[in-house]
Design a protein around this ligand. Structure first.
Ligand code: GDP
Length: 440
């Protein structure tokens, strides 16, 4: 995410971070580079200009040149301004309605239907809500079908009226239905067009007027850069929406939309979509995003994700197995599954401070564990629970079954062996000392 921008900003700060003499000229040059980096990332021209002007004013105000570490102070000023630019504080969705009606708007293909599902799933699993999804795309039966598939996946009911081609009626009926059935959130997925057009705007404005949603969300594909900002403007003029959802942030987006949308429409980004799966949704935290853009990582999110996946019972089970020397490849596999649930590898690496930069030339596969899993799946159950029986003959068979080289099997066995030893040491009587040693 935003690798290019991070890299360019890092280069911009390079001179200031060194120990050479820092002058006003250096600072001005750095800010020019920062502005260029923002423009390259497809940040709106005016936004980029205002941004550097503000940073410059602050830098002068705080007398950057006379401080001990001018480079660091300037980076901090940039970080604070970037946070401010993206909305400052985190802004959640208002769920105080009964039911809370949420209207989704945006162009076709922006990720509206997928996000409607993600939001329903998020509210159900994280906020204890009872949501109803409503399919209002009367032009594309496939879209209605798609929402039903999403609903089935997450166990959320989908309201649709196949014979009705009036979205206003459908949404009004859906809210009535929700009240009868006791649903406390209604998420209305509307039709999208490939480009902004009058007919579509009138239609969604009519739905908006009829159902008076507590939250109107505008969904936009982050990969579309400046177009995203222009579309946002058009929708905001008609709907005066409450928040923006940036989807496809997992892709190779340059980041411009995330950075400039708030300053252009003055509406906060509320969530981001980071994948096609139903749990690929993140609350948008401007400060964390700023830190990621500046290559400072996002340890808070990383820890939160780890905590979400942490299963105490499972951890205790594993601990017992290690103590009894019974930790096998099946347990290893289930650990991999847990890590995978935290998100894709590229995303996780980006959350570790400095890691994106250090690993920028390393090709990280989306499914980095694919080969390891294939090798483990090629083992028999006995081999998995008793890895010590795996001899050369077995290794050859395993490699063949997985379609990998025997060297890879060897490497995995070695890693597994080291890991088991390490885990054993951590648990043994010396474990406490070792932990102390490691923490410095
Ligand atoms: P709609 O026409 O606005 O309802 O868009 P869809 O929800 O059908 O999404 C269009 C395409 O984008 C689908 O192939 C989705 O799987 C994909 N998509 C949606 N959100 C994301 C996301 O956050 N990341 C990625 N990589 N793909 C997404």
């Amino acid at each position: 995410m935003f690798n290019n921008l991070s890299e360019k900003l890092d280069k911009a700060f390079h001179v200031l971070k060194g120990h050479g003499k820092i002058t006003e000229v250096n600072v001005a040059d750095t800010l020019k580079e920062v502005r260029r980096a923002l423009l390259d990332a497809d940040v709106n021209f005016k936004t980029a200009k205002d941004f550097t002007t503000k940073v410059k004013e602050k830098a002068i105000g705080q007398d950057v040149l006379t401080t001990l570490q001018p480079g660091q102070l300037l980076v901090k000023i940039v970080k604070d301004e970037l946070t401010e630019l993206m909305g400052g504080d985190v802004s959640g969705v208002n769920l105080s309605g009964n039911p809370t009606v949420i209207l989704m708007s945006g162009l076709q293909g922006s990720g509206k239907t997928t996000f409607s599902g993600k939001l329903a799933n998020f509210l159900k699993t994280k906020k204890n809500k009872n949501p109803l999804l409503v399919a209002c795309d009367v032009y594309r039966p496939a879209a209605i079908n798609q929402l039903h598939i999403v609903g089935d996946q997450i166990g959320v009911e989908v309201y649709s009226e196949l014979a009705n081609n009036n979205p206003v009626e459908i949404s009004v009926n859906a809210i009535k239905y929700a009240k009868e059935k006791g649903y406390n959130v209604v998420i209305v997925d509307t039709a999208g067009r490939l480009a902004v057009d009058e007919e579509m705007m009138t239609e969604i404005a009519n739905v908006h007027k009829a159902i008076q949603p507590l939250e109107t969300l505008f969904v936009v594909d982050a990969m579309t850069g400046q177009d995203a900002v222009n579309t946002a403007k058009a929708f905001n003029e008609r709907l005066n929406f409450d928040g923006v959802i940036l989807t496809k942030l997992d892709g190779d987006t340059r980041g411009g939309a995330a950075i400039s949308i708030k300053s252009v429409v003055n509406k906060p980004i509320k969530f981001v979509g980071t994948g096609e799966k139903m749990d690929a949704i993140d609350v948008f935290y401007p400060s964390r995003m700023a830190e990621r853009i500046l290559g400072m990582g996002d340890v808070v999110s990383l820890v939160e994700r780890a905590q979400e996946q942490f299963n105490e019972e499972e951890a205790r089970k594993i601990q017992k197995k290690i103590a009894k020397n019974e930790f096998g490849f099946d347990d290893f596999l289930s650990q991999i599954q847990q890590v995978k649930k935290m998100g894709n590898m590229k995303d996780l690496v980006g959350m570790i401070p400095g890691a994106s930069k250090a690993m920028k030339d390393v090709e990280i596969e989306d499914d980095a564990f694919k080969h390891i899993e294939a090798i483990i799946h090629s083992m028999t159950p006995t081999e998995r629970s008793k890895p010590s029986i795996i001899d050369v003959k077995r290794k050859t068979r395993i490699a063949k079954g997985a379609g990998r080289k025997i060297e890879e099997v060897n490497q995995l066995m070695k890693q597994f062996d080291q890991m088991s030893k390490m885990m054993k040491m951590m648990q043994g009587p010396g474990g406490k000392n070792m932990m102390k040693m490691m923490s410095g």
